[in-house]
Design a protein around this ligand. Structure first.
Ligand SMILES: [Zn+2]
Length: 219
């Protein structure tokens, strides 16, 4: 399978490609796909409200996505707000250093990256009802290796980010965060969707995205 991503795609296409590659990856690994997919906040929240009006999985206005676990409603969903997700750009979040992000890079808040991140949470809960990453030594990996990205507020987010990059650009994870890569491959037995070099995956990304990835690899 050839996966070359393109920052110039519109948001809707990035979301569809994120869904398609992550579902192909789940199937390759014998894992179930989520029961439902939502690409906007209103649909996701309306569906959840029917099942559980006080659900903690309602998507807040500032969120880019959410994984809604099977709970009282009996179904799981990956929900992202496509219009809120970012395109390839320099991000300047308050309190953080500015960074370049793009589909398939180490920082990826495009619809593609957000979708694959939520699939990471899905894997975590499909494998263990209280989160696989909390039970199986992933915290040790997180404690002893630099982050993939700036959104790793806890072990669950670190796991979702590792899965996200493993789906979209496994060679980048292998070279940049080898302990996470080893945990997923040797520890969990997960297979990568493709074996293309990270530069091939980012072939259509801007030069500044590539040099940011080079800096991240060297860090
Ligand atoms: Zn998350």
């Amino acid at each position: 399978m050839t996966v070359v991503l393109d920052s110039r795609w519109p948001r809707e296409r990035l979301a569809r490609v994120g869904r398609d590659i992550s579902f192909s990856w789940l199937t390759l690994n014998g894992l179930p796909v989520p029961d439902r997919v939502y690409f906007d906040r209103e649909s996701a929240n309306a569906a959840r409200r029917v099942e559980d009006p006080r659900s903690k999985y309602m998507m807040a206005p500032t969120w880019l996505g959410v994984y809604q676990r099977t709970w009282s409603g009996g179904w799981s969903a990956v929900a992202i707000d496509v219009q809120s997700c970012h395109l390839e750009a320099r991000q300047r979040p308050s309190g953080l250093k500015p960074f370049w992000q793009a589909p398939g890079s180490f920082m990826d808040f495009t619809p593609l990256g957000v979708f694959c991140h939520e699939v990471g949470h899905h894997v975590d809960y499909v494998l263990h009802p209280k989160a696989y990453s909390r039970q199986n030594g992933f915290q040790d990996v997180v404690d002893n290796e630099d982050e993939v990205s700036s959104v790793e507020h806890n072990v669950l987010e670190s796991f979702a980010e590792a899965i996200r990059l493993f789906i979209t650009n496994p060679d980048l994870l292998r070279q940049g965060r080898p302990d996470r890569y080893e945990y997923l491959t040797k520890g969990m037995g997960l297979k990568a969707l493709h074996d293309q070099s990270w530069r091939t995956v980012l072939r259509n990304a801007g030069k500044r995205v590539v040099s940011a990835a080079e800096g991240w690899l060297a860090s």
